[in-house]
Design a protein around this ligand. Structure first.
Ligand code: 13P
Ligand code: SF4
Length: 319
């Protein structure tokens, strides 16, 4: 006969938000969070932003501990910039389908086939891919960075084929694209989008460039998460169809209480427009990570040094 033993639940303080504030002071920690995090996490963050803003904050912080509420590649970027700081990720399994779609060994072979090409990699990739790259970019600065390169410079763009195609359209440059993608942004359906536009003819469609071309075709505005947030704050319109991970709607609504934000639906009747990786982090896990100073981001020093150079190039080319 078997007896089942219930898993031991870690003890949590009654006032979780107060306890997080106390730990922040004790550790001299800063909490950096992406817009796709749960609203509770967004509300305790010292800085909330898109991938570019988060890496700029990570480069500048004088905190001893960085609590990164985002996914692994984001926390890893913070560690690459801050080898002597403790960088915590509330759930170490918070990965990224886009980063996973570009294995370093296959990418090294791909790169070897284009020896005269400069490699621009979207920040949504592993440290190993960054180490194989010349310049890193984000969705906020990809067009700006490509436009700064000589017109005759051949370019490989990795790993997101959708952002790559969007950058080609915006810059008129011919780039070789790695065929990676994000499971969340490829889940939006053009058909449902058109139906939604018919139901809400007054609404503007705002979309992230990680979406497929068929969906972006219907967008009134395309930009990074920070750009989308600013756009709806400044627009005269009262309603918006939001074609990105719906976590950002928390900030959109906070910034414009009188406006309406309609999340774009996924293809199936599921919640697959929510990033399953981002949503692994919870406010409870964030508290436990700070209390026990784990899980910590670590990486080999040789990889860190090689990955630092293209990140620093990006930061210099973004000002
Ligand atoms: P940005 O943070 O650049 O808007 O990108 C969104 C995203 O997919 C992060 O993983
Ligand atoms: Fe990766 Fe897509 Fe999730 Fe962003 S939304 S972390 S690109 S899987």
């Amino acid at each position: 006969m078997f007896t089942t033993v219930a898993p031991i639940k870690p003890a949590l303080p009654r006032d979780l938000f107060g306890a997080i504030a106390d730990l922040k002071r004790e550790l001299n920690a800063v909490i950096l969070a992406h817009y796709y995090q749960d609203p509770d996490i967004q509300d305790v963050a010292d800085y909330l932003g898109d991938s570019l803003g988060l890496s700029q904050q990570a480069a500048e912080t004088d905190a001893d501990v960085i609590v990164f509420a985002g996914v692994h590649f984001m926390a890893e970027t913070a560690k690459i910039l801050n080898p002597n700081k403790l960088v915590l990720l509330p759930d170490l399994d918070a990965g990224c389908s886009l980063a996973d779609s570009c294995p370093p060994d296959q990418f090294a072979e791909f790169k070897a086939k284009h020896p005269d090409h400069l490699v621009i990699s979207y920040i949504n990739c592993t440290a190993e891919i960054k180490a194989l790259s010349d310049i890193i970019c984000t969705s906020a600065n990809a067009v700006k960075i490509v436009n700064q390169l000589p017109a005759d410079q051949p370019i490989i763009f990795a790993p997101d084929r959708n952002l790559g195609r969007y950058v080609i359209e915006q810059t008129g440059r011919d780039m070789v694209l790695w065929q990676g993608s994000c499971i969340v942004h490829e889940t939006f359906s053009e058909k449902k989008m058109v139906q939604l536009k018919i139901q809400h003819p007054e609404a503007e469609v705002i979309a992230h460039p990680e979406c497929e071309e068929a969906v972006l075709r219907h967008a009134d505005y395309i930009g990074s998460t920070t750009a989308l947030l600013k756009y709806c704050q400044n627009s005269d319109r009262q309603s918006f169809i939001v074609v990105t991970e719906p976590g950002i709607i928390h900030q959109m609504q906070k910034a414009a209480l009188d406006k309406r934000f309609i999340p774009a639906p996924p293809m199936n009747n599921c919640a697959c427009n929510e990033c399953p990786h981002m949503r692994l982090n919870t406010i409870e896990k964030l508290y436990l990570a700070m209390k026990h100073k784990t899980p910590e981001i670590t990486l080999p020093e040789s990889t860190r040094v090689a990955a630092l150079r293209p990140i620093q190039k990006m930061l210099a080319m973004s000002v």
